[in-house]
Design a protein around this ligand. Structure first.
Ligand code: PXG
Length: 291
């Protein structure tokens, strides 16, 4: 059984329980992060923890733990579970309040960290590529819950995922209110056109993905012209290559979009090159858990 960090203690999975009055549950009032460890090293730990603090700041939530202490606790959670390759979830909620939504009643944020075995995507996704469809659910406005905030309010993304599931597609491509592509339900989107590597800007309503950032750097290092600019469905249908990025997904080639075949219908050369470079980084970088 796994050991969960919950509000200052490590408890058995069966004892890791949250109040029904926790506003994370009642209202989705909280923030989270999803990280990975590769061979006993946590990839981009600082970047993920920093994004957690930024998400918290944006929703007026003060995390009752210092940056370094939280980092140490994440490392300890992986260590206590004896994991080498893991998926790590860090959650901070507004805490226990009453049934009203006023957060002033919530005196102490709830913090928990789960480190578990990683559920990898099927190998066929990487070998053959995946098909995606544009969904009807739109990205919420930046002036509402800004999609850059990794909040516990993921219903928008979940609705998009259900639409994709219902259509028999692997992922759903979400447009923003202006009709531009934003991202998928839990991954950022990239296209390759000739020597250009293009991804929608943060302002288009996307999460500032950690993998996205790594891929932008890889793109620059291998001589591609990287652009963060608005893209339309036409741009995707007519691109040479398309792929998605995310902590869980890493780099997944997309070969069909709304029944249009992308490129030659196989994972693209540049996509595969970027994936290889990305995998190399996960092997050589990272914060060690066991030393
Ligand atoms: N966009 C959204 C909306 C995300 O939630 C990403 C992009 C990719 O970001 P990173 O930093 O991981 O490169 C995410 C993060 C899952 C799952 O189980 C995935 C995410 C969040 C929650 C669950 O697939 N992805």
């Amino acid at each position: 059984m796994g050991l969960i960090y919950l509000d200052g203690k490590f408890v058995d999975e069966s004892q890791a329980k949250i109040s029904v009055f926790d506003h994370g549950l009642l209202y989705g009032d909280g923030v989270f992060e999803g990280l990975r460890s590769y061979n006993g090293k946590i990839f981009k730990l600082d970047e993920h923890i920093l994004r957690l603090y930024k998400s918290a700041k944006a929703i007026y939530l003060e995390i009752p733990m210092k940056f370094e202490e939280l980092k140490k606790t994440v490392i300890e959670t992986v260590r206590k579970n004896n994991l080498k390759d893991s998926y790590i979830r860090v959650v901070v909620t507004r805490g226990v309040g009453d049934l009203g939504l006023d957060p002033r009643k919530c005196k102490k944020p709830t913090i928990f960290i789960i480190a578990s075995k990683i559920q990898l995507y099927p190998e066929s996704f990487y070998e053959k590529g995946i098909d995606v469809i544009t969904v009807a659910t739109r990205r919420n406005f930046n002036e509402s819950i800004n999609p850059a905030i990794k909040s516990l309010n993921y219903l928008n993304n979940i609705l998009a995922k259900i639409e994709a599931n219902n259509a028999g597609a692997t992922e759903g491509l979400i447009l923003n209110q202006f009709g531009y592509i934003s991202e998928c339900t839990g991954e950022n989107v990239f296209i390759v056109k000739e020597n250009n590597l293009i991804t929608p800007p943060i302002s288009s309503g996307v999460l500032e993905g950690i993998t996205r950032k790594v891929v932008i750097n890889i793109g620059e290092n291998i001589g591609l012209k990287v652009k963060e600019e608005d893209i339309t469905r036409y741009d995707i249908y007519t691109c040479d290559e398309c792929f998605l990025t995310g902590t869980a997904a890493e780099i997944v080639p997309v070969v069909v979009v709304d029944k249009r075949i992308i490129g030659d219908g196989k994972p693209g050369k540049i996509t595969l090159k970027i994936r290889e470079e990305f995998r190399l980084l996960t092997e050589i970088e990272g914060t060690p858990v066991y030393e």
